[in-house]
Design a protein around this ligand. Structure first.
Ligand code: NAD
Length: 247
């Protein structure tokens, strides 16, 4: 895995408080690290506690698919951690299911975690936010929104397509004060992929069909998120950016 070259000034997020859902691991964890490394603070809402305690991070165990839990977590935010920016990152692939065997409970679970959570967290952010000249929201879509995803993952791909539509709709509604963009990662080496593929050897196999001939690292997605969160992307809104090695 290559480490991306630093792209922004070390204080690019000075004054920003970035709420990252699912920030305890994978891409969300890398986004939190990048925010802190660029002078910002972070709020992490995840099912599990993030590793380590830091003064510049406020972490709470929150199930973002639960509207009541999200509202309560927003009310419990300390004044110093009122978010200026939001990254809707928490997501799951869900059970692999052919269309003929879709289970109603699993449909509800994946829709709730991947889609409803974004509505709940966006609403909570809008109610709790502190003003910032470069306020922005970054949603995690996926290239599955345009490729249809892996066989048996129609539901996942559907939620990620909905995130792309929601991103464009939110960008219009929240302009000019808040920019809203999405990232569409390809295959990124995180626990979600390890769960989905079952073993790491499959990642190497998949790498062969990616033009850049390798899977991506969570830090590489975090660099794109950082740019969207910063003033460097001040004229960019309603955009979906692929971070997918050309796939
Ligand atoms: N890894 C990839 O290849 C890839 C590709 C495209 C899109 N994405 C998207 O990027 C996002 C992050 O994925 P990742 O690969 O880092 O996954 P991950 O499994 O490593 O991390 C997801 C995090 O979300 C948290 N989470 C899950 N359900 C939650 C809930 N109900 N409430 C609160 N937190 C919850 C988990 O605890 C975990 O910390 C997801 O939305 C995913 O769909 C990932």
């Amino acid at each position: 895995m290559t480490q991306p070259a630093p792209s922004l000034a070390p204080d690019a997020l000075h004054g920003a408080v970035v709420l990252v859902t699912g920030g305890a691991s994978g891409i969300g964890g890398a986004i939190v690290d990048a925010v802190l490394a660029h002078g910002g603070k972070a709020v992490v809402w995840d099912l599990r506690a993030p590793p380590g305690m830091r003064a510049d991070v406020h972490a709470a165990q929150v199930d973002v698919s639960d509207a009541g839990a999200v509202a309560a977590a927003a009310r419990a935010l300390p004044e110093a951690f009122r978010p200026t920016h939001l990254v809707n990152n928490a997501g799951i692939i869900g059970k692999r299911m052919p269309l003929a065997e879709m289970e109603a409970e699993e449909i509800d679970r994946v829709l709730s975690v991947n889609l409803k959570s974004v509505l709940y967290c966006t609403r909570a952010y809008l109610g709790a936010r502190a003003p910032h000249p470069h306020a922005s929201i970054v949603n995690l879509s996926s290239i599955a929104a345009r490729t249809g995803g892996m066989p048996g993952n129609a539901l996942y791909a559907t939620t990620k397509g909905a995130i792309a539509a929601l991103t464009r709709a939110s960008a219009k509604e929240l302009a000019p004060g808040i920019r809203v963009n999405a990232l569409a990662p390809g295959i990124i080496d995180t626990p979600i992929q390890q769960d989905s593929l079952g073993d790491r050897a499959k990642l190497a196999e998949i790498a062969r069909v990616i033009p850049l001939q390798r899977v991506g690292g969570p830090e590489e997605v975090a660099q794109a998120a950082l740019w969207l969160l910063s003033g460097a992307s001040a004229y960019v809104t309603a955009t979906i950016i692929d971070v997918a090695g050309g796939r």
